[in-house]
Each structure stands twice: as structure tokens, then as C-alpha cells.
Design a protein around this ligand. Structure first.
Ligand SMILES: [Zn+2]
Length: 95
């Protein structure tokens, strides 16, 4: 059973489309690509192999989206903040 929180991987498709995948779905698609399948069917997802640019963990996409938005990540505590927001941690420690 898949729900949204299981979708930890993203397949980037031609045209900038994102297809959210569970780890299991991502593995199945990767294996199909390695076997040079032309078409890939996983659960209710049907993909043309040549439309898939790459598959990567969703956290990578999240980081890219945030950087594009202008968000920044505190290097001490690792939290994300809006452009004009200050973190307020003391080198990773909180008061
Ligand atoms: Zn911080």
C-alpha cells in the first residue's frame, strides 16, 4: 500500500514533469531501464523509458526547489528558512 509519505523518490521526465515514486517503484523502474525496456509499467504508472531524464531521492528535489525560491539553510542546525528570516540558533544550540 502506498500513500504520499512513501513517495520518497522522484523521476524527472522530459518537459520538467515529476513523477513521485515509492522506493519500490523507483527500484522497479531503475531495473527496467537497466534492461533497456522501452516502456515501463509500475502499478498505475506507465512511462516511456526515453522520457525519463533521471530518478533521484525526493529530498534532493526539495532542496533544489527551496534554493530556487531563495530559501537558505542554516549551516549550524540544518533548518530551512525564507530569504529574509533569521535562524536564531546559537551555532546549532537553541536557547
Ligand atoms: Zn540554525
Amino acid at each position: 500500500m502506498d500513500n504520499l509519505t512513501d513517495k520518497n523518490f522522484v523521476a524527472m521526465l522530459k518537459g520538467g514533469y515529476k513523477c513521485w515514486l515509492s522506493k519500490n517503484q523507483a527500484e522497479l523502474i531503475k531495473n527496467a531501464l537497466k534492461k533497456k525496456a522501452k516502456f515501463i509499467e509500475v502499478d498505475n504508472i506507465f512511462l516511456k523509458a526515453e522520457d525519463i531524464s533521471f530518478i533521484l531521492p525526493a529530498v534532493e528535489i526539495d532542496r533544489e526547489d527551496r534554493i530556487k525560491k531563495g530559501d537558505w539553510r542554516c549551516s549550524f542546525c540544518g533548518r530551512w528558512h525564507a530569504k529574509d528570516e533569521e535562524c536564531g540558533c546559537q551555532g546549532g544550540r537553541f536557547k
